[in-house]
Design a protein around this ligand. Structure first.
Ligand code: SAM
Length: 243
């Protein structure tokens, strides 16, 4: 048995929020701590907002995610608003001065309509002139070419189980990559297979979607140290402002 709750716990084990070791986490922490009201879209297990409270954030913090098992872990802190749902259905109106999508959550928006509706809802949630910050993997860097079983990760989970997590790309259609994540026991028994699709937007397409939704791009970086985006950049980090 490998439940949704086990999968959410494994996510935290493999992706701990760690601003010392992970420059993206430090980048987001600084923004969150400087904002009064923060919305984390695709908050997952809630680690970014947990960290904000632990660092002393006293303002409003809200996280939204459709994954109920992940939200259950997020709810271990009750001094944060946790909402089950997708970005496109959000109804907040001018309530936040920062919205974030961390850890490439933005790439979960696949279709044009879902992407546009999600951006419209994020913009609506922000007060006039405030910012939406997120990163996406740069399609030029073709990260999916590394998602194969030879790059599997081995880990011991919270129940002492030795696990192996591997990826396999099933299809690359236009800018959408569909892949599986397989979790196996140490004897090779397959415990769970999750299938997901991620969209890899390039800089011009990102700019077009943001512009149509009523954002202007204030800054765009190719890494967490404010270097410009180039073909070699693994990430596109975007700071967009509601106009
Ligand atoms: C890679 S995880 C990132 C989680 C978290 N932001 C972090 O930094 O650990 C992507 C998250 O986006 C969520 N997600 C997927 N589709 C979404 C949607 N349409 N609206 C909001 N969140 C979504 C997933 O459930 C998942 O928790």
């Amino acid at each position: 048995m490998f439940t949704d709750a086990d999968a959410a716990a494994l996510y935290d084990l493999l992706n701990p929020w760690d601003p010392i070791r992970c420059p993206s986490d430090a980048f987001y922490d600084e923004l969150v701590m400087a904002a009064e009201a923060v919305l984390d879209v695709g908050c997952g297990t809630g680690s970014m907002l947990h960290q904000a409270r632990e660092l002393g954030h006293r303002g409003r913090l809200a996280g939204l995610d459709p994954d109920l098992a992940a939200l259950d872990r997020a709810r271990r802190r009750s001094d944060i608003e946790w909402v089950a749902g997708v970005a496109a259905d959000m109804t907040w109106d001018r309530e936040f001065d920062l919205a974030i999508m961390a850890s490439n959550a933005f790439q979960c928006f696949i279709g044009d309509e879902e992407l546009s509706k999600s951006l419209t809802a994020i913009r609506r949630a922000l007060r006039d002139g405030e910012r939406f910050v997120f990163e996406t993997r740069n399609p030029q860097a073709r990260a999916w070419e590394e998602w194969n079983p030879s790059n599997a990760t081995e880990v011991v989970d919270g129940n002492g189980r030795r696990l192996r997590v591997s990826h396999h790309v099933e299809a690359v259609v236009a800018d959408v990559v569909t892949f599986t994540e397989t979790t196996s026991g140490h004897d090779g028994t397959v415990l769970r297979v999750d299938r997901a699709s991620l969209r890899f937007l390039d800089v011009p397409k990102l700019g077009a979607f943001l512009g149509e939704a009523g954002f202007e791009i204030e800054a765009q970086y190719g890494d967490w140290h404010h270097e410009p985006v180039s073909d070699a950049s693994r990430s596109i980090v975007t700071i967009a402002r509601r106009v």
